[in-house]
Design a protein. Structure first.
Ligand code: HEM
Length: 369
């Protein structure tokens, strides 16, 4: 069940922290200082693949969302929903998220697949509520969960695409509520209303970016609780430690291990290595978050860690738009996990981890309690 990725990162940070990978033809960046520098300098390390000659087939299309753009375009599109994702706004969804979580948790027993039946369903249901997807379309969202938990087939993606262009396009037309859909509907880009492709691209970014990641954070919290049985009681006695527990889980088992999309906009030197204009970089958040030059005793899970400046949500202009939502869902999930299971214990034989090195999390999990 355990991966040896953290050992590999330790070796790379020591021997070759900025490393040209001949297999992928791109640079791998492992140490905190360099990862942080790349994130904070988008003028040198762009998110726009056209610097590497990969021009998205259609800049207006659903595949080309603002995560692959630089400022000022990125900022203009991101700002369309920024107010909607502020902590103050997201807090208003606490009751809805709590009741969704309680309902899902009631259905969980020791034969359930905790990932499929809870960790996937919570973020999927929450985002479908935020997007105003009708109740009887929710099963579609469940179908996506297959896509989301790793069976990333082309067919799955086509289904998602078809759904978006039929149902979501209809929702954009008929929505009368004051919600994220109306916010996107009112959005402007280059002083023009967003095209339907841009609106769908927006929603797909939220759905794809926000679900698997939150699922993995929830699964990884369970992993920590299972590995350190003393933590659950401590959290029950000192609930003020919960926030630190969530942040430390994000650092220790980061749901996104690396971001594969940075492109050198000009020649530069990064930690002694010459990066040429047009070269691609993968930045290893999961390694930066275990760097002993930044974090004391980095391989120890310490929920009382001070100044936990982890990079699990990225940093700089592209820093995760949904982090307040993810943190709230994690807090509610943690409360319900602690209430439901006296002892949190993963059944290793009936549990497996995702095989994709980009993400850290579980494809399936059963609990013993
Ligand atoms: C634990 C859960 C999550 C993790 C670990 C995570 C991680 C990240 C990271 C590392 C980035 C930076 C990408 C980059 O620099 O290229 C990012 C961006 C983004 N995330 Fe999240 N995310 C999570 C949850 C969510 C949720 C719940 C949503 C929304 C519903 C969301 C929406 C976005 C969006 C829209 C961006 C693009 C921001 C931009 O380009 O300006 N994420 N996320």
């Amino acid at each position: 069940m355990e991966h040896d990725v953290f050992q590999y990162y330790r070796k790379m940070r020591k021997e070759s922290p900025v490393h040209f990978n001949n297999d992928t033809g791109s640079w791998d960046v492992f140490d905190y200082k360099s990862v942080y520098f790349v994130l904070m300098n988008p003028d040198i390390y762009s998110s726009d693949p056209s610097y590497a000659g990969n021009i998205p087939e259609n800049r207006q299309g659903p595949g080309a969302s603002f995560i692959t753009m630089d400022n000022p375009d990125h900022k203009e599109l991101r700002n369309v929903t920024t107010p909607y994702f502020l902590t103050s706004k997201i807090t208003g969804y606490r009751d809805m998220i709590e009741s969704t979580s309680k309902r899902l948790m009631e259905g969980i027993n020791k034969n359930s697949d905790f990932i499929r039946d809870y960790a996937v369903m919570l973020p999927v249901t929450v985002i479908s509520e935020l997007l105003g997807v009708p109740e009887n379309d929710r099963s579609k969202f469940k179908e996506w969960s297959d896509y989301i938990i790793g069976n990333r087939s082309d067919a799955g993606f086509q289904d998602l695409n078809r759904y978006m262009y039929s149902t979501m396009a209809e929702i954009f037309k008929t929505n009368t509520e004051d919600n994220i859909i109306s916010t996107i509907n009112k959005g402007l880009f280059h002083s023009e209303p967003l095209s339907i492709n841009q609106k769908i691209g927006y929603v797909m970014l939220l759905v794809i970016g926000g679900n698997e990641t939150t699922t993995n954070l929830i699964g990884n919290m369970v992993k920590v609780l299972s590995e350190h049985p003393e933590i659950a009681d401590k959290l029950r006695q000192e609930p003020e430690l919960k926030k630190g527990f969530i942040e430390e889980t994000l650092r220790y088992y980061s749901p996104i291990q690396f971001l594969p999309h940075r492109f050198a906009a000009r020649d530069s030197v990064l930690n002694g290595q010459e990066i040429k204009k047009g070269q691609r970089l993968s930045i290893w958040l999961g390694s930066a978050n275990r760097d002993g030059a930044k974090f004391e005793d980095p391989d120890t899970f310490n929920m009382e860690r001070q100044n936990n400046d982890h990079l699990a949500f990225g940093m700089g202009i592209h820093m995760c738009l949904g982090s307040p939502l993810a943190r709230l869902e994690a807090e509610i999930a943690l409360n319900d996990i602690l209430n439901k299971f006296k002892h949190v214990k993963i059944n290793a034989e009936k549990t497996s981890m995702l095989k994709n090195p980009m993400v850290y999390g579980f494809s399936t999990m059963q609990l013993d309690d």
